[in-house]
Ligand binder design. Sequence first.
Ligand code: NAD
Length: 239
Amino acid sequence: MNQNIEQLKRWIQESDNIVFFGGAGVSTESGIPDFRGKNGLYKQKREIPLEKILSHDFFMAHPEEYYRFVRESEHHNGSDKPNQAHLRLAELEKEGKLKAVITQNADGLHQKAGSKIVYELHGNANRYFCVKCGKEYSQKEVMEGTEVPHCECGGLIRPGAVFFGESLDSKVLQAAVQAIRKADVLIVGGTSLAVYPAAGLIDYYEGDHLVLINEEPTPCDKRANLLIDEKIGKVFSCI
Ligand code: NAD
């Protein structure tokens, strides 16, 4: 086993106050593409740029484009499965070692793996609600038709994910900051650390066990006490 993975394994054995902070790279081994990675969504050519489709103003003006994009994707029917990283993190929580998962992902796979304390910075794209009355709708209900879904009150139904141009939920952000501040070991993985304010979260970490697991370099590599440039699912299957 790679020496750095051995080191991570020791830090995990010694700590009962670990926090994990992850991004889209955590779910690529579940078949969900990230944004900026080797096979990321930003590499795909499309008529309307992705940043636009996933922005709040565009959604409110052209909800049909968002629903077309989601319905054409193979990830809209709830069939995605957690991988080794999600599963091992859920086990570490059960063992009392991991205090929280903070995720930039909106795919809900940490909860599917069994994690209970999950701070979803960008909400959850599998849950829906009415912008007018707040009534909640399941993914199945919303995905069934071919039209833009509307609530029985007439309001537009939107996903629970945070669109570009919207602010993050301050309570979720505050809870994430608290967890990071108190952590002995902070494991950051599968994130390009390029999207703010989420990426700025690691500035709150005060310890000296900052682990960064990412296939490609990030702007924060120099700050890591331990850097592992391997697939995150593989790393978690070894620890
Ligand atoms: P990103 O696409 O900017 O970066 C992902 C990083 O993970 C890349 O540096 C890539 O090299 C690395 N990576 C990919 N697969 C990996 C693997 N198996 N092991 C280790 N590293 C791997 O993602 P981000 O930093 O999370 O920021 C993009 C934003 O897009 C997020 O804020 C998120 O909300 C959203 N997003 C979410 C999903 C999802 O819910 N699954 C998918 C795509 C984008």
